[in-house]
Design a protein around this ligand. Structure first.
Ligand code: SF4
Length: 228
């Protein structure tokens, strides 16, 4: 192979690499030069990420959604609440946990002496499954990488998985909700606890007491208190 062919191939590889970074929303990194790391954290990162995925067509739920529900809250939240998928109200408003479920989640957040504005709230799926059915494995497979990216950007101190689907998806397990509650788990090195989904709480008021216990547990772990 001649030297000029090698140079041409190297230039082509470099171009492909830069094109991929631009596609991933890292124009500023390219503009700053190859010697600098991409700025993945910062006030604009989630916004930029939203711009990249807001028209997502990766799975069939794109056809029936009104709005993609990206997530809401602080970019540097210490606590992240993760539910299952948007419902009817969320789909209509484009926001996670609105309506009665949302009001209850607000109370749950306040029970740990925080406000909704202090935390970040998202779901495993960003689009509503028809009739609020359970997410299908291929929908989760397509959508979960988005959540993973959000978690990496936010880098919370602790995650609270709301309900069985969120817990099983994040922890890659088929264990029951009752087996997963009351324990400290880890999601890619981040503390994770499991509690009931607010919708389950609305249906079963007797879950309120154990949810309160879960929130005390979360707060202690967030504060770094050792539980004996
Ligand atoms: S659910 Fe997720 S993967 Fe499917 S269309 Fe919506 S954003 Fe894309």
């Amino acid at each position: 192979m001649g030297q000029s062919t090698e140079i041409l191939e190297t230039v082509q590889m470099l171009k492909t690499f830069i094109d991929q970074r631009i596609e991933m929303g890292e124009e500023s990194w390219v503009a700053k030069g190859l010697s600098e790391e991409p700025e993945l954290k910062g006030p604009e990162s989630l916004e930029r990420f939203y711009d990249l995925i807001k028209d997502c067509q990766r799975c069939g739920l794109a056809q029936s959604r009104t709005n993609l529900v990206f997530g809401e809250g602080r970019e540097d939240a210490g606590v992240m609440f993760i539910g299952e998928a948007p419902g009817r109200d969320e789909d209509l408003q484009g926001k996670p946990f609105v309506g009665r479920c949302g009001q209850l989640l607000t109370k749950i957040v306040e029970s740990i002496k925080m406000s909704r504005e202090d935390v970040y709230i998202a779901n495993i799926l960003k689009c509503r499954p028809p009739e609020n059915r359970d997410p299908l494995p291929d929908e989760i497979g397509h959508c979960e990488p988005y959540l993973k990216q959000q978690i990496e950007l936010i880098n919370p101190r602790i995650i609270c998985a709301l309900g069985r689907i969120a817990a099983q998806t994040l922890l890659k397990t088929t264990a029951s909700l009752s087996a997963l509650r009351g324990k400290l788990h880890s999601y890619q090195g981040i503390k994770l606890i499991v509690t009931y989904h607010p919708a389950a709480l609305l249906r079963n008021p007797h879950y309120k007491r154990p949810t309160w216990e879960d929130m005390k547990f979360l707060r202690k772990e967030y504060d770094g208190v050792v539980i004996t």
